[in-house]
Design a protein around this ligand. Structure first.
Ligand code: SAH
Length: 401
């Protein structure tokens, strides 16, 4: 482990320093004028203005377009073990202060830039931890990170889960899934989520196994569900379906996902919680929305929580067209005064873009849409104001007249 002091200095092009004085943590290749020294990937470097003034300290990655990730803005503080330990402790303390330390529940313990730990995600499911590394420079520090986490929270096993494929490639990461500490759970881990219990597959599940970011949005949606017939489109393991069907007292729920693995999980979770009014079906959302409309079906509430439609800024227009299409179809299925719960987790689609899309849906469908709540991710997914790229999730709850 290096001692956290710089082995090289990275000098910015003229007039490129502002974002970094503003504490943005990603220094792109295009902003770099020259490097003094020959840093190896993962080594500590100092970031300087074009005329030599210290701005920040970070970790070098010659494989990534993000050449330097910044972790410190004080020249006196080395990026050493103590700094990582302090940051991890602060992250765990925040969750404790949010009341998210129930050992039988799940929460995100570390949220990358949102916890000043760019490139590191840690989710806790009871006493198992799922770690995702999205920055190459974090990889050599994984052992130490595991040591710190084990001291902070009880852990029976720590699993490394691969980052999103595109992201891993950009960063030059080749980290196969593996057990970092202890053992694999050997079956689903059962986590409490408000009054419900979900079986979570930590080794094969989507993301790290469960959509923790939607925890509070599922509860918020459930508050509008009483007595309604609910369609939960893109249901994965049944998060919204169970919240609305059981906690929210919906009349009935139809939950749909195109993945047979997902619908098997949703069925198992419905059964686990004793649900009798939740029906689960494996189908493509676009086809199912069309066929429900053709059959003249009506719902009092439709939840749309699709996967990321836009992978980059270049695909935003296509993504917005797809969002428009499913939201328009959903509105067509809603009875007058029905509730639309519609989400986007595409980071490159801004909240404003998404609301504009809904305005287009109102126009084209001739229905007025009233925003009741515009929500983000749960607070164990903090976003740094210096890195708003971390804000990817929008969940709109609206009434469709
Ligand atoms: N609402 C869920 C999370 C949904 S994640 C929760 O709260 O846990 C998005 C889901 O969309 C995934 O389960 C994925 O399998 C599903 N999906 C992706 N493409 C789809 C399609 N074309 N039709 C239906 N489901 C799809």
């Amino acid at each position: 482990m290096p001692d956290g002091l710089p082995t090289a200095t990275v000098i910015l092009k003229p007039r490129r320093a502002r974002p970094f004085f503003g504490r943005h943590p990603w220094v792109l290749e295009s902003a770099v004028d020259r490097v003094e020294g020959t840093p190896a990937t993962g080594e500590v470097v100092d970031l300087l203005t074009h005329d030599g003034m210290f701005i920040a300290r970070g970790l070098w990655n010659s494989h990534s377009r993000i050449r330097v990730r910044l972790y410190g803005f004080d020249a006196a503080v080395p990026l050493d073990d103590t700094l990582w330990q302090t940051r991890l402790t602060a992250a765990v303390m925040l969750r404790r202060s949010l009341g998210l330390d129930d050992p039988t529940a799940a929460c995100r313990l570390v949220n990358s830039e949102g916890d000043n730990l760019s490139g590191l995600i840690v989710d806790r499911y009871c006493d198992y931890l799922a770690v995702q590394v999205t920055a190459l420079a974090v990889e050599p520090r994984l052992e130490f990170i595991c040591d710190c986490l084990a001291e902070l929270v009880p852990t029976r096993g720590v699993l490394l889960r691969g980052a999103e494929r595109g992201l891993a490639k950009l960063e030059g990461l080749h980290l196969p899934d593996r057990v970092l500490r202890g053992q694999e759970p050997g079956g689903p881990v059962f986590v409490k989520d408000h009054a419900l219990t979900f079986g979570v597959d930590l080794t094969e599940g989507q993301k790290t196994g469960f959509y923790l970011d939607q925890r509070d949005n599922r509860q918020a949606a459930a508050r509008y569900a009483r007595g309604r017939r609910v369609l939960d489109m893109f249901c994965y393991s049944g998060g919204f379906a169970l919240a609305c069907g059981i906690s929210g007292g919906a009349h009935s729920v139809l939950a749909v996902d195109s993945s047979a693995k997902a619908t098997a999980l949703a069925r198992a979770n419905a059964e686990l919680n004793g649900a009798t009014t939740i029906e689960v079906e494996t189908a493509d959302a676009f086809e199912k929305l069309d066929s429900l409309a053709a059959a003249g079906e009506r719902f009092g509430m439709v939840v749309l929580d699709p996967p990321k439609f836009a992978r980059s800024r270049a695909t935003v227009e296509d993504a917005l067209r797809a969002y428009h299409r499913i939201n328009r179809l959903a509105c067509g299925l809603l009875e007058p005064g029905g509730i639309l719960v519609t989400c986007t987790c595409s980071g490159s689609v801004t909240r404003e873009d998404f609301l504009q899309m809904l305005s287009g849906v109102a126009q084209r469908s001739g229905r007025s849409i009233q925003l009741l709540e515009v929500r983000g991710a749960a607070p164990d997914h903090p976003v740094s104001v210096s890195c708003l790229e971390g804000e990817y999730l929008t969940c709109v709850i609206a009434r469709v007249a």
